[in-house]
Design a protein. Structure first.
Lengths: 460, 164
């Protein structure tokens, strides 16, 4: 009997310890994940905001590329609804117009700032890091105020958020609190006093609002940017966002001036054309003053670093080749060579500079990049003409070349125009590109990445 | 020498593989419906249908048409027996100078073959590569709707004969 009693006591003690631990666990999860709601406000009248502040907010929103994710094709700007495919499921962007019921209408500035800083919505709900608050946490109070003023004075649009498609347990928002513990380092950008003011301004923008790393830095298994591989190249919408550090695959090393031209025009004669999501970034930047672009470039030039003598020599070599008569390279891929000669060379070897001729493909980063996705996307869809400005154009070949033809072409281009190892699985990549291009064209904000409406520049 | 299949007939073509299809159609085969507009694949006047899809023949080299089937407007119908798409464009009087219209009809035909009941938005999206300087767009839109209707009702036999 006593032994049984002892066992029971022990079991009871063990049970209560377990219960206590579980209780502590629940309490800890609660403490870590719970955030209070911030009281709703009556939607402030637009005239209560300062016009100068709104103008600054417009520029900041362009730098933050806000409209690209928060707008879906055919719907008003900032009304949300864009499906963002992640390895974990599909997350829909939300309505950030000042609509009281479905947008930010009842958000105070404090609530807006908390969302930017800590990724928590007004009601106290954790936001998925698809909203890049790991970068936006760097934004200053003043800039958050300007963004708030800009967004709260847009046309309110009633558009309820769509249900995210995530599987358990990721559909439970307390999980995000754990993610934040691991990967969110809250706090605004701290200037490096050893560097120039321009460099610091650039670093503040790049690391913060412009969130360049969100695409250009590879992510780990939990979807966070890998701190040890900053700017080493990432993925977005079936495009590869090239490495923009010392590992850049650009045949000619980037310089500050080249970067400036590229970010201003969307193309550079020694590098090629901004495409895919980057075209939209450039479009948004078109309303941003030169000084900020110069600052971004100053910082990024230091991230790229000075090219090694080897890279520099290779760059000069490539430029030399391009300007001399094209060398006929023997290739095992006769079909690809024939397609290149018939369909591509007339423009790409015309020696007309961009934007009037095609970039010589020896200069194209798409040919020297780690995989064939970007090249496949461009061959399929081409480059659309931009309204109201000279811009490179290229017809798409989706309807006139089949997957095998495009694969043969890409394999040939890789062997002829890059000194990198051959790409693998090109046909599969082409197949996938054909599928996702169709989806992207249905959803993205505008099919042709038209430039920002310049008539809107300097407006509140 | 290359075999090119146009409107159901094989033709032996003696031309460089980089010759744009449009030149072969107009100069060698005397199929003059497809027009030279911009020569850059930006206006759509040269559109023809290849294996069911609209292709801009001014920028697409002959080489890519091996083992494929090209359909030009001549292959859809004639003055005596117009195809539904042609009838619809006539009935809506959807041409002013008419230079873009052959390309418009081919683009619309390709759309209706893959999507027999397009919405207005789908028509606009599909016709987006084709430009009309005269501004006949609203009539063109109506003509495409009318063609969709014609294809679904009386003239199913004509549709069968056309295109594919």
């Amino acid at each position: 009997m006593p032994r049984t009693a002892g066992r029971m006591t022990r079991a009871r003690v063990f049970g209560s310890v377990l219960a206590a631990l579980a209780g502590v666990g629940v309490a800890a999860v609660f403490a870590i994940s719970w955030r209070p709601a911030i009281p709703a406000i009556d939607p402030p009248a637009p005239q209560t905001f300062d016009a100068t502040l709104m103008k600054r907010g417009r520029v900041l929103a362009a730098i933050g590329n806000c409209a690209s994710c928060h707008t879906v094709r055919g719907a008003p700007d900032y009304a949300g609804g864009l499906p963002v495919a992640t390895p974990f499921g599909t997350i829909y962007s939300t309505n950030i117009t000042p609509d009281a019921e479905s947008g930010l209408g009842r958000w105070s500035e404090i609530a807006f700032r908390r969302a930017m800083r800590a990724g928590v919505d007004r009601a106290g709900q954790h936001l998925y890091p698809t909203f890049p608050y790991d970068h936006f946490t760097n934004v200053t109070d003043e800039d958050d105020r300007a963004l708030y003023a800009y967004l709260m004075t847009r046309q309110p649009v009633h558009a309820m958020a769509r249900e995210n498609q995530l599987s358990f347990p990721l559909d439970q928002r307390f999980v995000i609190a754990g993610w934040k513990l691991l990967f969110l380092r809250p706090g605004t950008y701290q200037p490096d006093t050893a560097r120039s003011e321009e460099w610091n301004r650039g670093a503040y923008l790049v690391e913060g609002l412009a969130h360049c790393g969100a695409c250009h830095t590879p992510r780990n298994a939990l979807g966070a940017e890998r701190a040890t591989a900053q700017f080493a190249g990432g993925d977005v919408d079936n495009w590869h966002a090239y490495a923009i550090n010392a590992q850049s695959p650009a045949p000619v090393p980037w310089t500050a001036d080249a970067l400036f031209g590229y970010l201003r025009e969307g193309w550079h004669p020694e590098h090629g054309v901004a495409r895919g999501p980057m075209a939209e970034v450039v479009r948004n930047l078109s309303s941003v003053p030169d000084t900020d672009i110069r600052a971004i470039v100053a910082y990024m030039a230091s991230v790229f670093g000075a090219p090694t003598p080897d890279r520099k020599r290779r760059g000069e070599e490539v430029l030399g080749q391009v300007n001399s008569t094209p060398a006929q390279v023997e290739s095992s891929d006769a079909a690809g060579a024939a397609i290149y000669a018939a369909a591509c060379a007339t423009c790409h070897e015309a020696k007309r500079p961009l934007p009037y001729g095609g970039v010589n493909l020896a200069l194209s980063t798409a040919m020297s990049g780690p995989d064939a996705r970007n090249a496949a996307n461009v061959v399929l869809a081409g480059l659309r003409a931009l309204e109201g400005e000279p811009s490179p154009i290229m017809p798409g070949f989706a309807s006139s070349m089949n997957d095998a033809q495009i694969a043969a072409l890409l394999n040939y281009l890789r062997s002829r125009f890059s000194n990198q190892p051959t790409w693998t699985g090109v046909e599969k990549i082409v197949e996938e590109a054909r599928r996702t291009q169709t989806v992207a064209l249905q959803n993205s904000r505008r099919p042709d990445h038209a430039p920002a409406d310049s008539s809107q520049r300097d407006k509140p | 020498m290359m075999t090119l299949k146009v409107n159901g007939r094989d033709h032996q073509i003696d031309a460089d593989p980089d010759t744009p299809l449009l030149y072969v159609l107009r100069d060698d085969l005397e199929l003059n419906a497809a027009k030279f507009g911009c020569g850059l694949g930006q206006c759509g006047a040269c559109a023809v249908i290849v294996d069911g899809k609209a292709v801009l023949s001014c920028v697409t080299p002959l080489l890519l048409f091996q083992d494929k089937e090209v359909t030009t407007l001549e292959g859809l119908g004639s003055i005596e027996t117009p195809a539904p798409i042609q009838r619809a464009f006539m009935e809506e009087q959807a041409a002013q100078c008419g230079y873009c219209i052959a390309g418009m009809m081919m683009q619309a035909q390709a759309l209706l073959q893959r999507n027999p009941k397009p919405t207005d938005e789908e028509i606009r999206a599909a016709m987006e590569p084709n430009l009309c300087r005269c501004g006949t767009h609203m009539r063109i839109l109506r003509a495409v709707h009318r063609a969709a209707h014609l294809m679904q009702t009386a003239d199913a036999s004509t549709v069968q004969r056309s295109g594919r």
